[in-house]
Design a binder for this molecule. Structure first.
Ligand code: HPA
Length: 265
């Protein structure tokens, strides 16, 4: 039995066998949505093969159940590459999501913005990414499935659905390119300048490895950044994790409305 088979048995024993329609992976300061699910909650620590995430602002639990009329699996908190140097830290959770029957996943994160028209407190719909870390969660995978086509990594239909949901809620939702920086230190202004030249609209320390894994597993993916600050050198605020956690709830309220519209539709 593989790690994800064991975890699947463990989760289905309590949460039942009905297929899950959608997965949600929540970023820093956005974990409260997990508490809105009516269902069974599992601490990551009790699920074999799940990462132990100790980043403050992440609640590190999986909840499987009903959210706004759909059966979902919500991952409150993720593990990041920067915690243990594992780019595939979220592989077992994503394999579990697939095994639970989901065919779609929405990822959220906190990010620094490069654009004055997407200021802190706003959201950005990720249309594409730049893997600036050069790391890859599929290194070591030895089947030809590792050669994943990343051309349409962020599903057009899901993006259109999220844009329509934002419009219905009267919430601005611009799209842009997200760059993955390994962290945990923040970027230097020179790195931000380099990323800007490369075409970045927002930068953060997650999501890219999970989207690569999702596409590898055949899950359709979409992702939204909650902008907590202007990227280094582009704004006046003092960039810190405390600032990220303070700012995240502002975007999180908007995010919740959009996700609700999207999931109910
Ligand atoms: N850089 C990287 N990660 C982040 C940032 C940032 O400016 N803000 C929130 N997460």
């Amino acid at each position: 039995m593989s790690k994800s088979d064991k975890v699947l048995a463990q989760v289905q024993a309590r949460a039942g066998h009905a297929p899950v329609a959608l997965g949600l992976i929540l970023g820093s300061g956005l974990g409260h949505i997990a508490d809105m699910v009516e269902g069974e909650a599992f601490d990551y620590a009790e699920l074999e093969g799940f990462p132990v995430s100790a980043v403050s602002g992440h609640s590190a639990k999986l909840v499987v159940g009903q959210l706004w009329g759909q059966r979902v699996a919500v991952f409150g908190g993720r593990a990041h590459y920067y915690e243990r140097g594992q780019a595939d830290a979220m592989r077992v959770p994503l394999e579990l999501l697939k095994a639970l029957g989901a065919d779609r996943v929405i990822l959220t994160n906190a990010a620094g913005s490069f654009r004055s028209d997407i200021p802190p407190g706003d959201l950005m719909l990720i249309s594409d990414h730049i893997n600036f870390s050069g790391l890859n969660p599929l290194i070591g995978e030895d089947t030809d499935a590792r050669f994943v086509n990343m051309t349409n990594a962020y599903n057009a239909e899901m993006r259109a659905g999220l844009e329509a949901a934002a419009k219905a809620e009267d919430i601005p939702l611009k799209s842009g390119t997200y760059s993955w920086y390994s962290g945990p230190s923040f970027e230097t202004p020179a790195e931000i300048n380099a990323l800007k030249i490369l075409g970045t609209d927002a930068v953060g320390m997650s999501t890219v490895p999970e989207v690569i894994l999702a596409r590898f597993l055949g899950l359709e993916a979409a992702a939204i950044s909650v902008i907590t600050n202007m990227a280094a050198g582009l704004g006046t605020e003092d960039i810190s994790h405390a600032h990220t956690k303070n700012m995240a709830p502002i975007g999180a309220a908007k995010l919740e409305k959009i996700l609700r519209q999207f999931i109910e539709a």
